[in-house]
Design a protein around this ligand. Sequence first.
Ligand code: PSV
Ligand code: MN
Length: 430
Amino acid sequence: MTKTSISAELIAQHNQQHAARVRLDYESLGEQLARRHVDIDRLKADVARFTVAVPSWGVGTGGTRFARFPGKGEPRNVFDKIQDCGVIQQLVRCTPTVSPHFPWDKCSDYVELREHAQSHGLAFDAVNSNTFSDQPGQALSYKFGSLTHADPAVRAQAVAHNLECIEIGKKLGSKAITVWIGDGANFPGQNHFRRAFERYLASNQQIYAALPADWRMFLEHKMFEPAFYATVIQDWGSSLLAAQSLGDKARCLVDLGHHAPNTNIEMIVARLVHAGKLAGFHFNDSKYGDDDLDSGSINPFQLFLVFNELVDAAQSGASNFDPAYMLDQSHNVTDPIESLMTSAITVQRCYTQALLVDRVALTAYQDANDVLMAAQTLKQAFHTDVTPVLQTIRMEAGGVVDPVVAYRASSYRVHVAAVRPTSGPSSGIV
Ligand code: PSV
Ligand code: MN
């Protein structure tokens, strides 16, 4: 039996208040879509299968390089984090998995952790390794790199950590490891570019060799930070070279925040699909750099355009196409649970809108060089308010019409704040 933090009565009452209105909105949207030859019930069935993983680190309050302002009732450990993720899933019903990060989520009994997650209706998604910061008691420092470090002993330590993550992941039921490293240079001359990349490949070969047969390795690129001059895996080109040289199980993960402003990310997605190397996503949004803002909060159209490529790839039967969807956000000024719920729904919304693109018409406009109508075809889908579809899916799955309203009404944050002491102010990003 699934443990529920939000009471069944509250959920029932909330939905009762909204059910009649949602039904009318759904019918009205259904009529509108029927005129576009879209069957709303089929659309709903497609969208109901869509899920996105929640990052375990996202339920704690984040920070910047300058400060962190802790919130009330923050999770004290991975068990609390899972409880918070359970609330998200209970209300939105499209986030049934959690992506853990080690050593942040280390615990003494992973069988117990897996059972704890199951009891909250959750399973585990990709495990993430951390060789971008030093941990208390760690033998060798990652100050000058990890998997690409000049010293083979540091590289060996970083490889060993990744192997440990795979072992933990096996116990948790994960099927992938995401490797992101902060390795690089802050000054010209600091690193030998080719040697650093060669060391990256050699270290990753050892990790790759330890992957179980049904696992994947997700390589995550990032343009800059903490290496501000030259990051070893700074873009999808380096990531693709690495994935191709490692083998079939290695794929390229796209974190939306890891590109220069104005980069055409949807085109990167199309290229990775073409290469059969798209691992999946870390969804978030940004204005300037790796801001880790809530998905779709700055540029929802970009998110839609990414999903436009994904739906196109799925519908045209692209090979090796099975992307993993995860959020990767830092919530500095909002309640993380509220941000993650609204972000998951935003991602689900963009997927739904992308399903509405009239692809036959779009192809015809593209082939006829009818630029304006091609663009309008995308805009028509993007401008469709699919809220009634998402609300109906949530209600039918046992979630709620308006997750933030229900969450606030539950006073969950107040309840957990009573048992979880507020962590002191701290500096530095988490
Ligand atoms: C790095 O900025 C990143 O996007 C990687 O995915 C990390 O694992 C994550 O953020 C958490 O710091
Ligand atoms: Mn990321």
